[in-house]
Each structure stands twice: as C-alpha cells, then as structure tokens.
Write a protein that binds this ligand. Structure first.
Ligand SMILES: [Zn+2]
Ligand SMILES: [Zn+2]
Length: 495
C-alpha cells in the first residue's frame, strides 16, 4: 500500500482545527504571489536534494560497481526523500497556505475535483522530482544486471512509479472528493447531520472495498495466470475450499518483488495476485501455501472487518478533533503556551499527528499482525492433508477426487511447506528474517508461532478464540466511540 500518498492526502485535506478565517494563522499576512513562491521553493528544495543524492549515488555505483547493499541504500534514500516531500508539502499547505491561493486566486472554487487536484499538485511535482533525481542511480543499478524493473527509459520509469504510488490512492481520493462535492451541491448550507455524514463514509468505504480490484489493476501491470499445472492446482484448491474469485493475476514487477495479495469484497470481482518473481522462484506447493494465506484473509473476513474498523476510526478521529479544539486552543484552561496562533497550530498539529500515528501503529498494527497469523494458519491448512500425524503426506491439491472442505487438522508437513514458503519469500526479497514489520511481524516470529502449533490443536483453538475476543472488543470500543462522536456532534464537524 503506497502509504506516502495516503499521508499526503491526509496532510492536504484533514485539518485538526477548523480552517482559520480571514487573516489569522501563520500564513495570514501572505498574498497570492508569496504563497506561490514559497510553494515553488519547497518543490525546488525537494528536487535539488533528490538530484544531488541521485547523482552522488550514480557516481558511487559507477566507481565501485553495483551491489545489493546499494540497492537497499537506494530504497532507503527514496523513502527518506518521500518523507521529506511530505514535510515540505505540509509546509506548503499549512505554512505557505497553498490551498488558500488555490481557493482565492485561481477562480476555480467549487469546480468539481479541479480545486482538490490543484491542492495536491505540489506534492505530485515533488514525487516526480524525486523519481527523476534518483533515476541516474536507479539506471546504473539496473544496467549492471541486478534484479529490478526493466524500464530503461526515464518516461516509462516515471509512468510506472506514478502508477504504483497513485493508482490506489487517486481513485479513492476522487471518490471522496466527488462525494464531498456532491454533498456541497445538494446541501449548500453545509450542515447535514451526523447520521448522513456516517452514511456517506459507510457508502464510500463500501465502494472502495468493492472497487479496489480495479484500483489494483491501475497501479500494477498484471496479466492472467496462464493455464497449466500451477493454475490447475490453485483452482482445485479454491474449489475444495469453496473460495470464489474472478481471476488469478500475475503482477509484473520486472522480477523485483516476491509477494502476493488478495483484493475485492465481492466474490465476482475479486483478484488473487502473485508477483512474477513468486511464480518463477517458488515451488507449486509453496505458491499454493501462499495462495491459501490469501484465501484465509477472505475466509476470516479481514477485508470487511478493516472496512468497519476504518468507519469506527472516523469516530475516534472526530472525537480527537473536537477534544483538541475544546482543550488545546488559546484561552482554554489547559492552554499554557501563550497567544501566538502559529504556536497554537503547531501544538494542535503535533498532538493530532502524534495521536493518529500512535493509534495506527498500536491498534491497527496489533490487529493486523493477529490477522496475518490467522491467514498463516489458513495457508498451512491449504497444504495440509488432514492427518495430524503424517507423513506419509498425500499431495491433496494434486489429487482429482480430493475431499471438499477445509481440513480440521493442521498436519506437520503442511506447516513445513508454509514455513518453507515464508523463508523463501524473505530470502528472495533480501529481508532479514528477524527484521520486524509493524503490519506483519517478523518472519522468524511467524515461523516460531506456526511451529508451536505442530501437534497441539488446543493451542490453535486458544489462539483463534483470542482473536475472536479481540475483534469483539475492538468492535465494541469503536462502536462506543462512533456513538459518542454522533451524539456530541463531533462527527458533523469532521471534514
Ligand atoms: Zn497477509
Ligand atoms: Zn500431511
């Protein structure tokens, strides 16, 4: 998921405070040309930094020859530059007041989608500047025959990067902006009430869940997995488990990535995606195990739960916003930082971003890691023979008359195949097995967990019961938050 583009949307359109009227706020004294100049300066700063670093790295590779370490360094540098871009964009939006220039000076206020696109434009230019700046280094690494995208020309490379970064996010933003614009058109007074606000978010979330397969196709070039032994095995597995989908796609990453995913809330518009490198390097049984992991996300209804989770999160964020406005503003009893509107904006922004980041890292991260483990177990089941004490281990998905249904028992060989698949994925991606990941957990810990289930069905039952309780508890807490946000009117003021 291109997190960086999502964060930029957040920076541009979610403000923890109601927009300042007229001349207050740090950018109050600026006029239109100041705003444009400052915004252009922010873009130029990001561009120059990227070009400098990209040039230096290209020279280094040319001098010493390419290495895997250079590849990782380039990936890290590009991440840091994206963070710099978000910061510079934040400065342009909240410091230089770029959105106010768009609203006041361009004469496009109220044009559907156009004004939102103009607000985002500086960020898009910054991303283009980063990619072009790093391109010389990227090309040096590619030319040396290391794994990587095979798009040698700058234009093709920029298009590919743009598709990856924006293909998921822009359609979502367009839907969001359309709903907002439609509402402004239907209800010019602006007040619609909490319930219709909630219905709007629910409808939007539902549309995203249903349409996400289309967004995935926009982001990545992909083609249908050709008929053959592998496809036959995966189809047999899906039939056995009663899993429905519209197609299995091979993601074209130029051999750069070993990964898989599933998308789509509806069975008749849902893709399972496997990257080209996964199909090439993993054995059919390992791919089956990974495929089983993806089926597991659907079987356990993780996508739908996350949809509801984000709806509830709207309530949490609305309460946060109104709490900040109530207690962390000039003149409130808790306010001790003087009477400068700039300080007020910084404090409010820091508290809002800090809370939102902690919430996602802790709550979403924890839930997400539990769900990954559930999917891992499901992946083991997909290649399990159903005998708790195999071998001999019959290759169920190769058998024509294999019994339908999800086997009750996890077999040791099945767990072994899944663990092998996880290990290969880590190794081929150049990941350290112990490196932690906030959304997935480290590969080493996932493996230790699965090994610990061998021959202990009661341990798995306990784990599944714990996840069920966690889901109910989080669901209850979010329902309460949403109820509070509705009854206090906080949800109405959420932008
Ligand atoms: Zn997963
Ligand atoms: Zn077995």
């Amino acid at each position: 998921m291109p997190l960086i583009a999502l964060i930029a949307l957040f920076v541009a359109f979610w403000s923890p405070v109601s927009p300042a009227e007229g001349g207050v706020g740090p950018s109050g004294g600026l006029d239109g040309s100041d705003r444009v100049l400052l915004t252009m300066a922010a873009i130029a700063a990001v561009g120059t930094t990227s070009a400098l670093i990209g040039g230096l790295m290209a020279r280094r590779v040319a001098r010493r020859g390419p290495s895997l370490r250079d590849r990782r360094r380039l990936a890290r540098v590009s991440q840091w530059l994206e963070i710099l871009a978000v910061a510079a964009f934040g400065a342009a939006v909240h410091g230089a007041g770029w959105p106010r220039f768009v609203a006041d000076c361009l004469g496009i206020k109220g044009w559907i989608l156009v004004d939102e696109a103009m607000v985002l434009l500086p960020f898009l230019l910054m991303l283009l500047a980063i990619w072009s700046g790093l391109y010389p280094a990227e090309r040096m690494l590619k030319a040396a025959g290391l794994r990587g995208m095979h798009h040698a020309r700058l234009r093709g490379y920029l298009v590919l990067k743009a598709r990856q970064a924006l293909g998921m996010v822009v359609p979502v933003a367009v839907l969001f902006a359309l709903v907002q614009d439609l509402r402004a058109y239907l209800v010019p007074s602006g007040s619609v009430g909490s319930w219709s606000q909630l219905a709007q978010y629910a409808g939007l979330g539902g549309m995203i869940l249903v349409l996400s397969p289309a967004f995935v196709r926009l982001s990545w070039p992909a083609k249908s997995l050709p008929p053959g032994p592998l496809r036959a095995r995966l189809e047999r597995l899906a039939r056995r488990f009663g899993f429905r989908y519209s197609d299995i796609l091979v993601w074209d990453t130029g051999g750069a990535l070993v990964n898989a995913g599933v998308t789509g809330a509806l069975p008749w518009f849902r893709y399972v995606l496997l990257t080209d490198a996964m199909v090439e390097h993993l054995s059919p049984r390992q791919i089956e195990a990974v495929f089983g992991h993806e089926i597991g996300h659907i079987a356990h209804r993780h996508l739908n739960y996350f949809g509801l989770f984000f709806l509830g999160t709207m309530g949490v964020m609305a309460l946060l916003g109104s709490g900040i406005e109530e207690h962390l503003a000039i003149g409130r009893p808790l306010w001790v930082w003087g009477d400068s509107p700039t300080i007020e904006l910084i404090v409010q922004g820091a508290v809002a971003i800090g809370f939102a980041a902690a919430y996602f890292l802790l709550v979403f991260g924890f839930l997400s890691r539990r769900f990954e483990r559930q999917a891992d177990i499901f992946g083991c089941r997909a290649v399990s023979c159903g005998l708790e004490d195999c071998p001999p281990h019959p290759d169920v998905n190769a058998m024509l008359g294999a019994p339908a249904g999800v086997p009750e028992a996890l077999c040791p060989v099945g767990i072994g195949i899944f663990v092998e698949a996880l290990t290969s994925v880590a190794m081929l991606n150049g990941l350290e097995p112990r490196a932690s990941s906030w959304r997935h957990g480290s590969i080493a810990r996932r493996i230790a967990f699965l090994r610990g289930l061998e021959g202990r069905p009661e341990a798995e039952r306990r784990f599944q019961a714990r996840v069920r309780r966690l889901r109910v508890a989080i669901g209850l807490a979010l329902t309460i938050a949403l109820g509070l946000a509705i009854s206090t009117g906080a949800l109405e003021s959420l932008r």
